[in-house]
Ligand binder design. Structure first.
Ligand code: ZN
Length: 265
């Protein structure tokens, strides 16, 4: 019991990484430094769901989710300061004559990153497979949560997240054509679940990259000598598999305890 609290807090922090305040716009060149960490984060998540040691080492989807979240936390803390990030360095150098203090807009962007990850999901036990916000129980609460997301996220970012969910939705609908059992059983397997995430992240990453490219082209950001890879270098495949698996199992234990005590999270 004493161990459960810090773990829950860590996971909660991952769902809402750095955002406290709304940030609906994302149309300036400085916002490349909003897209960059989100793109890298999506690429890292895809990498983890593609990791056969991780996917093969869990007993169920809940453990896999916990393992991936834990590995994501380690990866994020390995990134260091925002001021060291490639995007920040490039923008400060090219836009602000190497003077970080001149970049209040950039500093505002990087210190108020929008939330990402686990914001939306597909309701697999419904034959219509609706996409809904992860928070809220009643329809009214869900509607409000969706409204909040639309206000908080810039449209292009919401679009990227929706693209991700539409991949799951299409798979869900296809499964329902085979029957309710097919739909509910398919995602009980970590392998199937992971494969679905990899596909969904691929689609999301494509939209994110297109949005970054559009921003560079439309706003004529003076970064012509740089590519998206310079702003958001592909994450290294490093992962402490054993630690992640341990954390995944811990998450499952916590959930079991929570369910037994009636306090379903
Ligand atoms: Zn997904």
């Amino acid at each position: 019991m004493t161990r459960s609290r810090p773990i829950v807090l860590v996971l909660a922090a991952l769902v809402w990484p750095a955002s406290v305040r709304a940030q609906a716009s994302c149309g300036t060149c400085e916002h490349l430094c909003m897209w960059a960490p989100l793109l890298m984060s999506a690429e890292k998540t895809k990498q983890l769901f593609s990791n056969t040691d991780l996917v093969g080492g869990v007993d169920n989807v809940l453990q896999l989710d916990g393992a991936v979240n834990s590995a994501m936390g380690d990866w994020r803390s390995s990134l260091g300061e925002v001021s060291d990030s490639p995007c920040y360095r490039i923008i400060v150098k090219e836009f602000y004559d190497d003077d970080p203090l001149a970049s209040s807009q950039l500093n505002d962007v990087v210190t108020h990153l929008p939330p990402s990850g686990n914001l939306l999901h597909v309701k697999y036990d419904d034959p219509k497979c609706p996409i809904e916000p992860a928070t809220g129980k009643t329809k009214k609460e869900k509607d409000q949560a969706m409204k909040d997301l639309k206000e908080r996220l810039c449209p292009a970012l919401l679009d990227a997240f929706m693209t991700h969910e539409k991949v799951h939705q299409a798979q869900c609908k296809a499964l329902w054509k085979k029957g309710a059992k097919a739909a509910t059983n398919a995602f009980a397997s970590p392998q199937t679940f992971a494969a679905s995430e990899v596909k969904a992240y691929e689609a999301q990453i494509k939209v994110m990259r297109e949005s970054m490219q559009k921003l560079i082209d439309r706003k004529q950001c003076q970064v012509s000598t740089h590519s998206i890879e310079d702003f958001a270098p592909p994450p290294k495949p490093d992962v402490d598999v054993q630690k992640a698996l341990k954390m995944g199992k811990a998450l499952e234990m916590i959930n079991t305890v929570n369910a037994q005590s009636g306090g379903k999270k």
